[in-house]
Design a protein around this ligand. Structure first.
Ligand SMILES: Nc1ncnc2c1ncn2[C@@H]1O[C@H](COP(=O)(O)OP(=O)(O)OP(=O)(O)O)[C@@H](O)[C@H]1O
Length: 259
C-alpha cells in the first residue's frame, strides 16, 4: 500500500483549529472490491477541503458512510465531536441539520416556487427553528447570499441550470449548516456559470463561516476554492497538501490529477 504524502500541509492552520469533522481509518469493501482501505480525513473549522479521486475511487462511498447512508466495515466518523455510530436516530437527525449538502442531483421541487423550495427544509426541521409562521426574512436572507432575491416567486423551470444550482445552495444555507458537502458542484455547467458557482462557494464560506468538503474533478474549482486537498488513490489519502504543491509534484499518480 502507498504511504501518504504530506505535501506542504499548512501546519499553522491545523494546529490553531480543531477538526469539525474527522474520519479515521475508514474501510469498506464489496466482496473482493476493496474500495476504502483506511481512509483518513480531518476537516478543520472554516476550511475548504477538496477531495479529488478518479472515477470509481470511492468518493461517493465515503460520502455515504459520512452521512449514515452506508455502513462502513470499520473505522470511525465524528462530526462536531460526536461519533455518528453511537448516535440514536433523533440525535443523528439533529446533527444532520448542521450538515448541508449540494449534490449533483439536489434537484428543486418542480411543482414549488423558489420560495416554497426554500421553506421546505425549515418546516422539516422545526426543532431547530421552531414553528415559523413567517419565513420571508430567512428566505430572503438565503436568496440574497446567492444573488437571486428577484427569483423568489419563479418556478424552477423558469431558471437556468446555474440559477437552479444557486437556489439549491440557498436551500442548503437556509438551515445555517456548519458543514457543507459539495459533490461535483460545477459538473454539467458551462465554464462561465461554473466560475460563478466557484466564486459563490468562496463567498458562502466567508459569510456563513462554514467548513466545506468539496468533491470535484474540476481542477479549476480545486485551485480556486481549496485551502487544502486530499487525493484519494487506492482507497487511501494518497497525498495531502495545498494545490500548488500537489500540482508541482513529480509523482506520476499525483501528476495524473492535473493533466
Ligand atoms: N452498493 C454497492 N454495491 C457494490 N459495489 C458498490 C456499491 N457502491 C459502490 N460500489 C463500488 O465502489 C466503487 C467506488 O464507487 P463510488 O461510486 O464511490 O466511486 P466515485 O469515486 O464516487 O466515482 P465517480 O467519480 O464516477 O462518481 C466502485 O467500484 C463501485 O462499483
Amino acid at each position: 500500500m502507498n504511504s501518504i504524502q504530506n505535501i506542504q500541509t499548512p501546519k499553522e492552520t491545523i494546529s490553531l483549529k480543531k477538526p469539525i469533522l474527522e474520519i479515521k481509518d475508514l474501510k469498506k469493501s464489496f466482496g473482493n472490491n476493496h474500495v476504502l482501505n483506511g481512509f483518513n480525513l480531518q476537516l478543520f473549522e472554516g476550511e475548504n477541503l477538496v477531495i479529488m479521486g478518479k472515477s470509481g475511487s470511492g468518493k461517493s462511498v465515503m460520502i455515504k458512510c459520512l452521512v449514515g447512508l452506508m455502513q462502513p466495515d470499520s473505522g470511525s466518523i465524528s462530526v462536531m465531536g460526536k461519533d455518528i455510530n453511537t448516535l440514536n436516530r433523533n440525535d443523528l437527525d439533529e446533527l444532520r441539520t448542521e450538515i448541508g449538502f449540494l449534490f449533483q442531483g439536489s434537484a428543486l421541487y418542480d411543482s414549488m416556487t423558489v420560495r416554497e423550495n426554500l421553506e421546505f427544509p425549515l418546516r422539516r426541521h422545526k426543532h431547530k427553528f421552531g414553528d415559523l409562521t413567517d419565513t420571508t426574512e430567512l428566505v430572503i436572507e438565503a436568496l440574497e447570499s446567492v444573488g437571486l432575491v428577484d427569483a423568489i416567486d419563479l418556478m424552477p423551470v423558469e431558471l437556468s441550470g446555474g440559477m437552479q444550482r444557486r437556489v439549491a445552495l440557498a436551500r442548503t444555507l437556509i438551515l445555517k449548516p456548519k458543514i457543507i458537502l459539495y459533490d461535483e458542484p460545477t459538473s454539467g455547467l458551462d465554464p462561465i456559470t461554473a466560475k460563478e458557482i466557484i466564486e459563490l462557494m468562496r463567498r458562502v464560506q466567508r459569510q456563513y463561516k462554514t467548513s466545506s468538503l468539496i468533491i470535484t474533478h474540476d481542477v479549476d474549482c480545486a485551485r480556486v476554492v481549496s485551502e487544502r486537498m486530499i487525493l484519494l488513490v487506492d482507497g487511501i489519502n494518497y497525498a495531502e497538501g495545498i494545490f500548488e504543491a500537489l500540482r508541482a509534484s513529480k509523482d506520476e499518480k499525483i501528476k495524473a490529477f492535473f493533466k
